[in-house]
Structure formats: structure tokens, C-alpha cells
Design a protein around this ligand. Structure first.
Ligand SMILES: Nc1ncnc2c1ncn2[C@@H]1O[C@H](COP(=O)(O)OP(=O)(O)O)[C@@H](O)[C@H]1O
Ligand SMILES: [Mg+2]
Length: 147
């Protein structure tokens, strides 16, 4: 993890993610969650942000090769940007549907691949944007406003 404080009270946390690294899976989002709690964000906002971050993190670990996850924590809004190198998503509309998954049987046996990650991110976020180039990778941006 690297960390950097910018002016106007923005805290930036950055993590690298690796495919199938189940030892460290969830670390980035759990560190993010702890920070938000310590900074005094409302429990309901922390809960939404932590769910969105966890699902985004796990998608890189399960579906991509490697990635970088960046959190920008500002008093008025949380920004999560996840960029990965991997297979990308050819049909984003389909990927957004509840229950749709391309996870292997082995991954599903580990308890992942319910196909609810992206729909859950959408529910938790105020704004969500996915850009993907099949065969190259995916960029997911999530905004959660603190109103
Ligand atoms: N970062 C990613 N890289 C490649 N494919 C992805 C990524 N994130 C999601 N997907 C695709 O979208 C599908 C749905 O994702 P999600 O709703 O999180 O369900 P799940 O992860 O349980 O499969 C995945 O099965 C996968 O095909
Ligand atoms: Mg998922």
C-alpha cells in the first residue's frame, strides 16, 4: 500500500492486486473500511463503501490477472478506481445482470462467483462506470457521496 495526503483533505490509498491471491484477498477493501471508520464517516456510508470496494477487489482477484486499486477519501465523497489487466468484459450489460458469472466451478466451490458483485456495487454506489477492452483489461470507477 502507498499513501499520500493531498491538499483539501483528500487521503489517497493505493493497493496492488494479484490474480488468485486469496491470502491477501480483501485486504485493500478492509484497510479502506477501517480508515473510513477512524475518520468518522457514518456507519451506513462505511457499509456501502466497504461492500462496493470488496466486490471490486474480488473481481480483479477472481477474473483478472493483476490490478491497481485506488481510494480517494474526501469529506464529501469517496472515489474508488480499480484498473486491471485481464480478459476484460465483452458484454457489460450482461455482466451487470444479477446471477451472471463466468467464474469456474473451482472458484464457485471456494464460495465466489454468485454473480452478484457488479449489481451490488451498483446498489451501493451513487455513480458507477465500467470501461473495458476485451483481451486487455477493465477500469471500474465508483463514487459514493457523503451527503
Ligand atoms: N475485473 C473484471 N475482469 C474481467 N471480467 C470481470 C471483471 N469483473 C467482472 N467481470 C465479469 O462480470 C461477471 C459478473 O461479475 P460479478 O457480478 O462481480 O459476479 P461474479 O464475480 O460472482 O462472477 C463476472 O463473472 C465476469 O465475467
Ligand atoms: Mg464479483
Amino acid at each position: 500500500m502507498s499513501e499520500q495526503a493531498k491538499p483539501e483533505q483528500i487521503l489517497i490509498l493505493e493497493f496492488t492486486l494479484k490474480s488468485l491471491d486469496f491470502m491477501r484477498a480483501g485486504e485493500a477493501s478492509s484497510e479502506f473500511k477501517q480508515r473510513l471508520k477512524k475518520l468518522g464517516f457514518k456507519p451506513e456510508l462505511v457499509r456501502r463503501a466497504a461492500i462496493a470496494a470488496y466486490e471490486a477487489e474480488m473481481n480483479v482477484i477472481i477474473h483478472a490477472r493483476k490490478g491497481v486499486m485506488r481510494f480517494e477519501i474526501a469529506p464529501a465523497r469517496l472515489l474508488i478506481v480499480v484498473e486491471d489487466e485481464g480478459p476484460g468484459i465483452s458484454d457489460i450489460e450482461q455482466a451487470m445482470q444479477e446471477g451472471f458469472t463466468t467464474a469456474s466451478a473451482a472458484i464457485r466451490e471456494l464460495g465466489f462467483g454468485a454473480g452478484m458483485g457488479l449489481p451490488n456495487i451498483k446498489r451501493c454506489a451513487d455513480a458507477m462506470d465500467i470501461q473495458s477492452i476485451p483481451g486487455q483489461g477493465t477500469r471500474l470507477q465508483i463514487i459514493i457521496n457523503n451527503e
